[in-house]
Design a binder for this molecule. Structure first.
Ligand SMILES: Nc1ncnc2c1ncn2[C@@H]1O[C@H](COP(=O)(O)OP(=O)(O)OP(=O)(O)O)[C@@H](O)[C@H]1O
Ligand SMILES: [Mg+2]
Length: 175
């Protein structure tokens, strides 16, 4: 499967998709979030983090560039927004080696600005304004072998919000 497309008519739909994807990346995964300013990348990342059990405030890493969240599983989650990165030097200062750990969960906005300092994507999610409505359109593109397996499972899940385990019914996050 080359890609999967989903319509996200409202933030709740974004949260539902994020929750389904969270079950796959929980044990480690790199998600690159692509899309123009305001496309919904932070909303998506925040929803994944909530679904992974992050209870603390999740602020946009617009200025900090990177935020770290320890997960109950013992793994670490990282949320990056590289829009304001000045160059490769600044990437070095951020000290992103931990993103390469096998169990790390990395959610990266504006990944094209990170160069080789960020790990390659398992999944790329392209978000855009829906053509004739207020919502968003998502293209979910698997890159790694494990992401291809995730996508085959995602394709048979009900977009209305349940994961295969039903976990997303309760886990639908509130921003
Ligand atoms: N599926 C959706 N349907 C409708 N509105 C949405 C959806 N997803 C996000 N939004 C809204 O879009 C606005 C921008 O979202 P967000 O901040 O997540 O975008 P972004 O891609 O991270 O932007 P930036 O490039 O500035 O970081 C927010 O008001 C958010 O509530
Ligand atoms: Mg953002």
């Amino acid at each position: 499967m080359d890609e999967l497309q989903r319509e996200l008519p409202d933030v709740e739909a974004t949260q539902a998709l994020a929750c389904q994807l969270a079950s796959f990346v929980a044990a480690g995964g790199v998600v690159w979030l692509r899309g123009e300013l305001g496309a919904g990348k932070t909303t998506f990342a925040r929803s994944v983090l909530r679904a992974l059990g992050v209870a603390e405030r999740i602020k946009s890493p617009t200025y900090s560039l990177v935020e770290h969240y320890p997960l109950a599983s013992g793994n670490d989650a990282w949320h990056l927004d590289l829009y304001r990165i000045a160059g490769a030097d600044e990437m070095d200062y951020l000290g992103l080696d931990a993103l390469w750990a096998p169990g790390a969960v990395s959610l990266v906005e504006w990944p094209e600005r990170g160069g080789s300092a960020i790990p390659p994507a398992d999944l790329e999610i392209h978000l855009s304004q829906a053509l004739e409505a207020a919502g968003r359109h998502a293209r979910i593109v698997p890159v790694s072998a494990r992401a291809h397996a995730w996508l085959r499972q995602l394709a048979v899940m009900d977009p209305a919000g349940e994961s295969s385990t039903g976990a997303c019914a309760d886990a639908v996050p509130r921003a």
